[in-house]
Ligand binder design. Structure first.
Ligand SMILES: [Cu+2]
Length: 148
């Protein structure tokens, strides 16, 4: 009898709705550089803050305007600036991570169109639990260093 009660309580807890990532992931100043004429790649920077109570792990980023999107980290290796892929972006509750020039960035390759200053496009963030969120990205100039 007791076991049955415990089972019911567990089921109810599991059915409690958890906030969607879009409600707890606060993205600010999401911006990209305009594409260099003829080139088909760009980078996205911005801040991602987890306002929820569970950690969020961004496993994948997609967009209609890019063939492939990867998270990269800029690292210094033998005095050479290199980019190395980051498998996932884990953001602890209350934590904010900043993607900025010289550090973490989201790299878009295989752009399907040129990106011009003041354009806005959407990216879709896919989390480890399968849920998704979208963010608007504002395009700055080709040499933009901070949020436009
Ligand atoms: Cu990169």
């Amino acid at each position: 009898m007791h076991e049955r009660v415990a089972g019911c309580v567990l089921v109810i807890l599991l059915l409690l709705p958890t906030p969607a990532p879009a409600e707890v992931l606060i993205t600010t100043d999401c911006w990209a550089r305009a594409s260099v004429p003829g080139a088909r790649s760009t980078v996205i920077y911005g801040s991602f803050r987890n306002d929820g109570k569970r950690s969020l792990t961004i496993e994948e980023v997609t967009s209609e305007i890019a063939g492939m999107i990867m998270v990269h980290e800029t690292v210094l290796e033998n005095n050479m600036v290199m980019m190395s892929p980051v498998d996932e972006l884990r953001i602890a509750p209350g934590e904010e991570i900043e993607l900025k020039p010289g550090g973490l960035h989201i790299m878009l390759t295989g752009l399907t169109r040129a990106l011009n200053e003041k354009d806005v496009f959407k990216i879709r963030l896919v989390f480890s639990d399968g849920r998704t969120a979208t963010a608007d990205v504002i395009v700055g100039s080709i040499s933009q260093l901070t949020a436009p």
